[in-house]
Design a protein around this ligand. Structure first.
Ligand code: NAD
Length: 340
């Protein structure tokens, strides 16, 4: 059986990655669309052969509840709109994929998780790297202690934003934050799977070189983590520099992905000279198939809602530390959101 997916929001990620990705999946397919733009409804319907009965707009979206062709609703809207549409999707009885960052606050993440639990539907965050082979290999190296005990992890994720200053990513009301909300969640994710642990504390600093462009949102942030094992971590996230790397150092060696978080192929090397190499497959297809298999067979949910919520707890702690001039903020996460 192949599950029907409806994409909500037909912006660049849906157009460039998710819709093409759904042509390469085995366990799910593009069945419906939700868009506020009638012209997009028309062109997508032709291009992807989508029946008129499977096309919705933001107002009549809730009627999707009675549509048997749609099993999964995938929310691909600006960050501040995730919670509303994920909750409406759950109330409509559909399984939910929520793009990253899961929402703009921990409270919103809790509300999404509660709505999915109440409706008895599955929930996953659009963390494509959790299904990606180079990333899974780093997780294995950490878990199996191939190079011994983890001592240090460093994770960078960012790009140089120079586009339209009115884009929603630079508008706090729609994004909930700048570099940290956009690329920072990749650095947080990398630091956690690159260490196999959740941090117990974080201290953070914010940097600015172009305040006239970044009026409303953070431009660049560095943060330091302490881990329960005694290991430490550094992350850097930026809307002013092209950084894309994960480096995990152990007592007997290291592993590095560079690039570590783009659409791939990623590239990896190890201190023993081995090159990490896997055949390339579209990350989004792997991710959506993993979630469809989870629904169909009960296999592992690689990016559950708790993982998105955990990352939002860390995001809020980073902003709090910055507000308090870099003071250390304690975290009490246990193993929340860690998927082996
Ligand atoms: P985009 O700007 O290209 O598309 C946003 C879509 O939302 C557009 O179709 C737009 O019409 C619609 N929209 C509805 N109401 C809007 C409003 N008030 N303001 C602006 N747009 C509105 O953005 P995108 O790059 O497709 O990002 C969408 C989501 O996907 C974000 O949460 C982003 O973080 C996430 N994303 C994830 C990845 C990934 O690799 N997992 C990559 C890109 C984007």
């Amino acid at each position: 059986k192949s599950l029907g997916v409806a994409l909500v929001g037909l912006g660049s990620y849906s157009r460039g990655q998710l819709a093409p990705g759904l042509l390469e999946t085995e366990h799910c397919h593009l069945a419906g669309i939700v868009t506020g733009t009638p012209a997009k409804a028309e062109s997508w319907s032709k291009k992807y052969n989508i029946d008129k009965e499977n096309i919705y707009n933001y107002e009549n979206f809730d009627q999707i509840a009675s549509n048997k062709n749609i099993d999964i609703v995938y929310v691909v809207l600006p960050n501040a709109m995730h919670a509303d549409f994920c909750i409406r999707a759950a109330k409509a009885g559909k399984h939910v994929i929520c793009e990253k960052p899961m929402a703009i606050s921990v409270a919103e993440c809790d509300a999404i998780i509660a709505a999915c639990n109440k409706a008895n539907v599955k929930l996953s965050v659009g963390y494509r790297l959790q299904s990606e082979p180079y990333t899974l290999e780093v997780k294995r190296i950490v878990r199996e202690k191939v190079f011994g005990e983890l001592r240090y992890v460093s994770a960078d994720a960012g790009y140089n934003s120079r586009g339209n200053p009115d884009q929603w990513r630079l508008n706090y009301a729609l994004s909930g934050g700048g570099a940290l909300m956009n690329m920072g969640v990749y650095a947080i994710q990398s630091a956690i799977y690159g260490s196999g642990q959740n941090p117990t504390s974080v201290s953070a600093q914010e940097f600015s070189t172009r305040p006239e462009y970044f009026k409303d949102t953070d431009e660049a942030i560095a943060a330091q983590f302490e881990f329960p094992s005694g290991a430490v971590g550094n992350i850097f996230t930026s809307h002013n520099a092209n950084v894309n790397r994960l480096y995990s150092a152990f007592d007997k060696g290291w592993v590095e992905l560079n690039p570590a978080n783009n659409y791939g192929p990623l590239s990896g090397r190890r201190s023993d000279g081995e090159i990490i190499k896997f055949p390339h497959k579209r990350q989004q297809s792997l991710q959506m198939d993993d979630f469809a298999k989870h629904i169909l067979t009960g296999s592992l949910n690689r990016a559950p809602g708790e993982m998105g919520k955990r990352d939002m707890i860390i995001v809020e702690a980073i902003y709090e530390s910055i507000k308090k001039n870099g003071v250390k903020i304690d975290l009490n996460l246990g193993r929340l959101g860690i998927v082996e």
